[in-house]
Write a protein that binds this ligand. Structure first.
Ligand code: HCA
Ligand code: CU
Length: 387
């Protein structure tokens, strides 16, 4: 069964300038848990004392989700993470030749020895913990290195191997795609009688993180990483809301997550990260369910599905019709009904529409608090007009 790993608190806090206080981190974790994500990656305890405290505190919160820590493949980092009492521990070690030679100055065999040593240690201290090994920048590293490190990690007890597209390099349908990568790694590991869960961590540098994650899922991935607003290094990673809503339509996960809590979660994360949600952001953005052009509103007022493939009620939202220079008679009639004016005569509608378009041309929307003023002013003009 597919699992969702949310890493808003770990990868998301790697967004420049983003820091969540402990009480906010806890509130975010609670909402993620209520929504039903499976694993909440809270942070890398060795980075700061505050992060260590947050990991340890959230691990003790009694959530349904497994609480996870992130860690380099070193004794110090691993011990700090274990002391936090987490149920999931992700270690990473890049095994590309460039990184081994240029940064670590280590042979592959040495790196693999260290990876195995740490996994054995983690499992000896806590046999229930889920251990993930990530060969960072998996998809651009030499496949043979990745395969050797992944096999050795699983032999030492790793439960999950994560394929990280650390730089958003993959493109569906090309020679470098997640579907083939997942299939190949799974098949090669299976030949050695190794069956870890395969996770995918897709960065969004080309705007393809979600497409790549779905491609990986089709290839057999069992864990998908995501974050709220897609927060993370550079352009971030897969957006959680887009992932859950997409998986809830046509993948057989219809009622798996409490999607109605997403708006509250996004408001909280946006407010405390300082990252604003753009108006046209899918699902959560202010305009995500707003119809504007006259032709659209006319058809959508008759049957919303003419211009929607996603019911706003799925995430507890409502469709709206914007009033601006694009509006037509249908939008005005609908808006007038919303302020209690039913069956207005044609002339009134036309006059209101004329005023609405005038306001819209200044780059402003007429909202339902301004509309009654327009109606009143039209009546007033009429009653005072020289006969
Ligand atoms: C990082 C890089 C990482 C790690 C992912 C993982 C990536 O910030 O350490 O450990 O599974 O994108 O490769 O986020
Ligand atoms: Cu990442």
């Amino acid at each position: 069964m597919l699992k969702i790993l949310d890493t808003t608190l770990r990868e998301g806090e790697q967004t420049p300038g983003v820091y969540f206080d402990l009480h906010i981190k806890s509130a975010i974790a609670d909402l993620l848990d209520e929504i039903g994500v499976d694993i909440i990656e809270v942070g890398h305890p060795a980075v700061t004392e505050e992060i260590r405290l947050a990991v340890s505190s959230i691990a003790k919160r009694g959530l349904n989700a497994r609480v996870g820590a992130h860690s380099r493949t070193t004794l110090n980092d691993v011990e700090l993470a274990l002391d936090c009492g987490v149920g999931f521990l992700g270690i990473f070690y890049c095994v590309s030749n460039d990184r081994l030679n240029g940064v670590f100055k280590k042979e592959l065999s040495h790196a693999i020895g260290q990876i195995q040593e740490m996994i054995t240690l983690i499992k000896s201290k806590n046999s229930d913990i889920i251990v993930r090994y990530t060969p960072e920048d998996t998809v651009r590293s030499k496949y043979e290195n990745v395969f050797s490190a992944a096999s050795a990690a699983v032999e030492a007890g790793a439960d999950v191997i994560s394929i990280a597209d650390t730089t958003g390099f993959m493109i569906p349908g090309t020679s470098h795609n997640m579907y083939d990568h997942v299939k190949r790694l799974k098949a090669d590991l299976a030949e050695k009688n190794l069956f870890p869960m395969i996770a995918v961590h897709c960065h969004n540098d080309r705007g393809l993180a979600l497409a790549n994650a779905l491609d990986a899922y089709r290839g057999g991935a069992e864990i998908i990483d995501a974050s709220v607003i897609g927060l993370g290094e550079r352009a971030g990673i897969v957006d959680l809301a887009q992932l859950l809503v997409t998986l809830s339509s046509g993948f057989g996960f219809e009622n798996r997550w409490d999607l109605k809590k997403l708006v509250e979660l996004y408001d909280l994360v946006s407010k405390h990260s300082g990252v604003t949600i753009s108006k046209n952001f899918p699902i959560i953005g202010e305009n995500a369910f707003t119809h504007c052009a006259g032709v659209h509103t006319h058809a959508a007022a008759i049957n919303p599905m003419h211009y929607e493939s996603l019911d706003p009620a799925l995430v507890g939202r409502e469709r709206t019709f914007a009033l601006d220079h694009m509006s037509g008679i249908a939008s005005v009639k609908y808006a007038l009904e919303l302020i209690g004016i039913f069956n207005p005569d044609k002339e009134t509608i036309q006059e209101v529409l004329f005023e609405v378009k005038k306001v819209g041309q200044k780059g402003r929307l007429v909202d339902l608090t301004e509309l009654p003023h327009i109606v009143k002013s039209i009546k007033h003009i009429k009653s005072t007009a020289v006969k």
